[in-house]
Design a protein around this ligand. Structure first.
Ligand SMILES: Cc1ncc(COP(=O)(O)O)c(C=O)c1O
Length: 501
């Protein structure tokens, strides 16, 4: 134990750390630094990605931990500048990479309210407003899906992967009663999950986690547009059931990751109904299209799903992580996790369990992950989400048309949303073997992102390397898209002159 004087000195040091005046000064600096940073990034005055080798970055980050005894406010500004100067600039209009958006900046301020004051959930009384915010949003998203108020339920979780896990765990517990307590029996025909052929890897991972096994994840056939083929699904389910397999769930996509294909959900739902199988829809990326009068048809039939995953940190342009799991039938809300935790859930107020998020989620302590979304929606209204979808989905189409018009670029599909996969095929590579063409795309992308001019990603299409963009920054212009082709041509020409690939 510290002696009395030592305790006082330590508390004095701690009071300085908690000093609201110091916080106010820091917050003012913070606002100024971030606003200036956003201006510069959005004006394209910075690189997109500040690339540095991981080892160098880690060494530098560790160097900061040793601290320098400068005055705290100067040090605070230096630390924030360091974070901004070495990060990835997702607000740069030439960031068109992964399905992670340039978030609505003010959303981060609402999230910060939750972080500074540590609003958490598990039980209602720890985060009454955080819970209220989450439930209000669940109500609105469920209604966007087309469900009747009070008939459905939902929750927020830390990401689409955990959302898919939660949805599939619920499906497993419903399909295989007793499996929560007894585990999954392994003799005889094993229970299976049927997933869209291009489904996100988190679904297979979930099958491993929930004890079904990744080998019991069967891929459903896709049509020529890489959409789930309902007729083939019908045949597949008929065959599986005839062979004694329990089909725990069918997981469809709205949309699938590689090229953004939306499955024909209504037809898939009819097949699932026919066979009495749980239908899960991974709408992590495309759920927000429900806000758009022009694009909501892509999710026609999603109201028939038993569970839906919808990431607000993708196409609702929220900072990570804020993902929703929604159940059509609210009876299923407690099916995933049936654990009792007496120190948390208070029998003197049994009605409160309904509002204890820990009853619904894998997380016990859970941050107020929906503050950003709730604040943003309350500030700008629902129209914002329609605009974000319309602008970025339209830009996907514009980019596709530019690719079609260019002789040295090949779009690999007709986009349905803001995801476009393509290849750069300069004259010198017109008759190159696939492996050379694929390696060229990969090396070209590496050079592009390290140059800081653009950020795009690479993928595999038909087993051959390809380039892929997700236009997930509403500030990207058609000129930026033209410039992307220019940058790829320039770097591609340099690459062809060098001895790589
Ligand atoms: C279709 C789809 N589902 C799930 C996920 C996983 O979501 P998260 O990264 O939030 O875990 C992704 C990620 O890109 C995705 O594209």
């Amino acid at each position: 134990m510290l002696n009395e004087p030592a305790l006082k000195i330590a508390q004095q040091r701690l009071r300085a750390v908690y000093d609201p005046q110091q916080f106010r000064a820091a917050a003012e600096q913070w606002g100024e630094l971030l606003a200036t940073h956003l201006e510069r990034v959005q004006q394209r005055e910075t690189r997109v990605l500040n690339w540095a080798e991981p080892v160098a970055n880690i060494a530098e980050a560790e160097r900061w931990l040793d601290g320098v005894s400068t005055e705290p406010s100067a040090r605070f500004a230096d630390i924030v500048r360091q974070m901004l100067d070495c990060g990835h600039n997702l607000h740069h209009p030439r960031y068109i990479g992964h399905q992670v958006p340039a978030p609505v900046p003010i959303a981060g301020l609402f999230d910060a309210v939750g972080s500074v004051t540590n609003q958490v959930m598990a039980i209602y009384e720890m985060g009454p407003w955080a819970t209220a915010v989450e439930r209000a949003l669940v109500n609105r998203l469920g209604e966007q899906i087309g469900w009747q108020r009070d008939s459905f339920a939902g929750l927020v979780t830390h990401g689409g992967s955990l959302g898919n896990l939660t949805g599939l765990l619920t499906a497993r517990n419903v399909a295989l009663g007793g499996s929560w307590e007894e585990g999954v029996a392994s003799d005889g025909a094993k229970p299976v999950i049927v997933v869209q052929g291009d489904a996100h890897y988190s679904l297979a991972r979930a099958a491993g986690v929930i004890g079904l096994g990744t080998k019991q994840v069967l891929r459903a056939s896709l049509d020529e547009r890489r959409k789930l083929d309902p007729q083939k699904l019908d045949e597949q389910l008929t065959d599986l059931i005839a062979r004694g397999h329990r089909v725990v769930a069918v997981a469809a996509c709205a949309c699938a990751t590689p090229i953004g294909a939306f499955d024909p959900l209504r037809d898939v739902a009819n097949v699932c109904r026919k066979h009495g199988v749980w239908m899960h829809v991974d709408a992590a990326h495309g759920g927000a299209a429900l806000f758009s009068r022009r694009y909501r048809h892509l999710l026609d039939g999603v109201d028939q799903a038993d569970s839906v995953v919808w990431d607000a940190h993708k196409m609702m342009f929220m900072p990570a992580l804020c993902a929703f799991v929604l159940y059509r039938d609210k009876q299923h809300r407690f099916e995933a996790f049936r654990q009792e935790a007496p120190y948390l859930f208070d029998p003197s107020a049994p009605g409160m369990a309904e509002y204890d998020s820990g009853m619904l989620t894998l997380e016990c302590t859970k941050r107020a992950a929906a503050y950003g979304l709730w604040g943003t929606w309350s500030l700008f209204g629902q129209q914002l989400f329609e605009d974000l979808v319309d602008v970025t989905f339209d830009l996907g189409r514009v980019f596709y048309e530019k690719l079609l018009a260019a002789e040295d670029f090949v779009p690999l599909h007709e986009p349905e949303c803001n995801i476009v996969a393509f290849r750069h095929v300069p004259t010198a590579l017109k008759s190159a073997p696939p492996e050379t063409l694929g390696a060229f795309q990969r090396e070209l992308r590496r050079r592009l992102i390290e140059s800081g001019r653009f950020y795009i990603v690479q993928t595999n299409h038909g087993g051959v390397g390809a380039l892929r963009v997700t236009i997930i920054n509403p500030l990207t212009t058609t000129d930026d898209l033209d410039e992307l082709l220019v940058a790829l041509r320039e770097l591609g020409a340099e690459l062809l002159k060098s001895d790589r690939p």
